[in-house]
Design a binder for this molecule. Structure first.
Ligand SMILES: Cc1ncc(COP(=O)(O)O)c(C=O)c1O
Length: 473
């Protein structure tokens, strides 16, 4: 494809995406296809000869689009959001256009330095402690996901605790990690991969708000020590996946400090709210964190994948993950004057992800980002108020930000029915969790283009399906 052909086809693609954005509300939010339908519609064999670009775009429209669940629909209220935005898409496109692989500073200085710079900006933007700045002992790196960030934090904690010997000799089965019963499953996976073992992950009980009980954490650590085990790592979550519960970071930090344990803070979705100072009380005590991460790819309008991970002591991370084979040796690395981000995560190669984040931050500005976050929180609080006022429904958990967990009082079958009918209708998409053993609906408000009218219609549709559920009883 010559640059001239690329220009022509590229314009067609951008036009197609812009058209998609303007008609996204016309599609059923959740794809209606049955398993295997997409594959059955595709040719069995790849083409022997190249095809005209128009044929590709036509197939995206006709074959692919019906199998898409529209995460970018403003009527998407499922899971947590996974936002895209114009500037995010275009930043990603520039990154693809440059096609840089930024494993070392020397393989593209801009890839490393823009990332460091944007990560330093975000420390101030989110009210995080100065120790996370590169000018201090720490630093930030963009990872693919919160799962990878948690794994890196756990590995560094493991090495720091074991005097950097587990990398050489393997684990001894004695290290113990702590999280709450509500912590994301990625932590369980991290303990599997890090050789800690799932049986050495203690899931600490939570209070009535689904937040970890720090006194239970302290008790469990004490019991493990007495049993001859070695506690090493604690994960606090700011905004759990199930119900957006807020662990008491400050109190957990005290326990970690007393026991010399690594504190990792997972703010995957809710971290974005820290752009607004009025929500920062939810991360009070974050100064105690050894590592922290949040996903701009969830709520900060930056296309998947983009996880921001900070570490207070970068030496611990680098000593854990650094390997320097001969073929990667270079003068800049030897000088010690540069960052080689390959030492900050699992994989070697890396994309120029900071471009899309830079585009997003510059396009919206801090005030623009704050405006959208506050609006989403306002809409969620409005929704929670409607639920409170309708005596057929109830709130199932506190709603500190933009997730509302609620249920129809008639029980699990009714809630299941409401959810299935809504999702089948295509009008909206919402998902569920279980809280205190009861099926609970989750209204997650954070898609880039969700406005009051979408939330109003969602509540109308939920009530309609609630009435239908009651009539069918
Ligand atoms: C609190 C929390 N942590 C971690 C994750 C995992 O995110 P990722 O897909 O970036 O690994 C999620 C995903 O929803 C989450 O809500």
């Amino acid at each position: 494809m010559t640059p001239e052909e690329f220009r022509r086809c590229g314009h067609a693609v951008v036009d197609w995406i812009a058209d998609y954005q303007s008609r996204v509300e016309s599609f059923p939010v959740l794809s209606r296809l049955k398993p295997g339908q997409i594959r059955a519609s595709l040719p069995a064999d790849p083409p022997a000869q190249g095809e005209p670009f128009e044929a590709l775009l036509k197939d995206v429209e006709q074959l692919i689009l019906p199998g898409v669940t529209h995460w970018q629909s403003p009527n998407f209220f499922a899971y947590f959001p996974c936002n895209a935005s114009g500037p995010g898409i275009l930043g990603d496109l520039v990154s693809s256009g440059l096609g840089v692989q930024g494993m070392l500073w020397s393989t593209s200085p801009a890839c490393t330095e823009l990332e460091t710079h944007v990560m330093d900006w975000l420390v101030g933007m989110l009210g995080l402690p100065d120790k996370f700045l590169l000018s201090n002992t720490g630093g930030g790196v963009i990872q693919d996901t919160a799962s990878s960030a948690a794994l890196c934090a756990l590995l560094a904690a493991r090495e720091r605790t074991n005097g950097y010997t587990s990398n050489k000799k393997g684990c001894n089965g004695k290290l113990v990690a702590y999280a709450s019963t509500q912590t994301h499953s990625s932590l369980e996976k991290a303990t599997m991969i890090a050789g800690i073992g799932v049986e050495n992950l203690r899931l600490i009980e939570v209070d009535e708000k689904f937040a970890m009980k720090p006194e239970s954490l302290a008790r469990q650590i004490e019991m493990d020590r007495r049993a001859g085990l070695t506690p090493c790592f604690v994960c606090a979550t700011i905004g759990t996946t199930s119900s957006n519960a807020m662990d008491p970071v400050g109190a957990m930090g005290e326990v970690c400090k007393k026991n010399d344990l690594w504190l990792h803070v997972d703010a995957a979705m809710s971290g974005t709210a820290m752009l607004c100072s009025e929500f920062r009380h939810l991360q009070s005590g974050v100064e105690a964190a050894d590592s922290y991460n949040f996903n701009p790819h969830k709520w900060m309008f930056t296309n998947f994948d983009c996880n921001c991970f900070w570490i207070a002591d970068r030496k611990a991370l680098i000593q854990t993950l650094s390997i320097l084979p001969e073929y990667l040796r270079n003068q800049a690395t030897e000088s010690g004057a540069v960052i080689d981000y390959r030492d900050w995560h699992i994989q070697l190669g890396r994309r120029f992800r900071s471009l899309k984040l830079w585009f997003v931050i510059r396009h919206y500005g801090i005030e623009g980002l704050q405006y959208h976050i506050r609006e989403h929180v306002r809409l969620a609080q409005q929704f929670a108020e409607w639920v409170r006022k309708d005596d057929r429904f109830e709130l199932a958990a506190p709603a500190p930000l933009n997730l509302v967990c609620f249920r129809h009082k008639a029980g699990d079958a009714t809630n299941q029915g409401i959810m299935e009918r809504l999702n089948r209708s295509g009008d909206m998409f919402l998902t569920h969790t279980k809280l205190n053993g009861k099926l609970t609906l989750r209204m997650s408000i954070g898609q880039t283009n969700t406005q009051a009218r979408h939330v109003e219609r969602a509540w109308k549709r939920i009530r309609e399906e609630g009435n239908r559920g009651e009539a069918g009883k």
